[in-house]
Design a protein. Structure first.
Length: 256
């Protein structure tokens, strides 16, 4: 017996709905949502001690990590991993005070204070202007403004794409999770603007700042944009399609 065109259409939509999430499902290299189940790190951040952050439709779990005052190395929350090549990273960040220095650092050493590093944080006292700082092992430090001002108590979605071979960096502030490629970067850095030493990622540090704490959440390291900007799978759509198929089955049985 031939299948009706409507039934075939529903079957096609169902297949696409099932296969698309499977094909684009994140293959995250490392993740910490501060829910007590981090993955991919050789050493982990401290457990979550703050209310979890959210941003749009981004997939989130668990708590958040709050970092208090102090820029000293011992005050950092540090996780270690080994990642090189083209690396995507994303994280949620909520500053407790707009003029603080707290932020996220990625480094080629086990200590994100004293190795070659990239530091994403507000830098200008009183302005909350977001900078990316590039520091080599010699201690030289370059600062590049994103042109974006951060506000106290606001959650931001930050994404970085780091090519550790070609030595380039692209950074986005508040791109839309789950969408296609995020498009033009908020700020891009060239080889000459990055640390002279290796920029392979060996540690990630979370710093609270010197005038107020900061909350971090949903830290992801992956190989693609989709890895670090996931949204919940559309299970409601699956159920609707299955319901439609069931209705078609009833119609066909009544016609038989």
């Amino acid at each position: 017996m031939k299948s009706s065109p409507i039934a075939l259409t529903f079957l096609g939509l169902l297949s696409a709905a099932v296969l698309l999430p499977l094909s684009s499902r994140a293959a995250v290299l490392a993740y910490d949502g501060f829910n007590g189940s981090p993955s991919g790190f050789s050493t982990n951040f401290s457990s979550g001690n703050a209310t979890g952050l959210t941003f749009g439709s981004l997939s989130t779990t668990g708590n958040g990590a709050n970092q208090s005052l102090n820029l000293a190395s011992g005050a950092n929350t540090v996780a270690q991993l080994t990642a090189s090549g083209t690396i995507w990273m994303s994280w949620l960040y909520n500053p407790a005070n707009a003029n603080e220095f707290g932020g996220l650092r990625i480094s080629n050493g086990s200590d994100p204070i004293n190795a070659a590093q990239l530091w994403f944080s507000p830098r200008d006292t009183g302005s909350g202007l977001l900078y990316i700082s590039s520091r080599g092992t010699s201690g030289g430090n370059q600062q590049f403004s994103t042109g974006q001002t951060l506000s106290f108590g606001t959650t931001y979605f930050m994404v970085a794409k780091l090519d550790t071979v070609g030595k380039t960096l692209d950074f986005w502030l508040n791109p839309t999770p789950g969408a296609g490629s995020p498009g033009g970067a908020t700020l891009s850095l060239t080889t000459a603007q990055l640390p002279t030493a290796s920029i392979a990622i060996n540690s990630i540090g979370l710093l609270g700042g010197n005038t107020g704490g900061a909350t971090f959440d949903e830290i992801r390291v992956g190989a693609t944009w989709a890895d670090v900007a996931p949204i919940p799978e559309p299970s409601t759509f699956f159920l609707a399609l299955l319901g439609g198929l069931g209705a078609l089955g009833l119609i066909r049985r009544r016609k038989a």
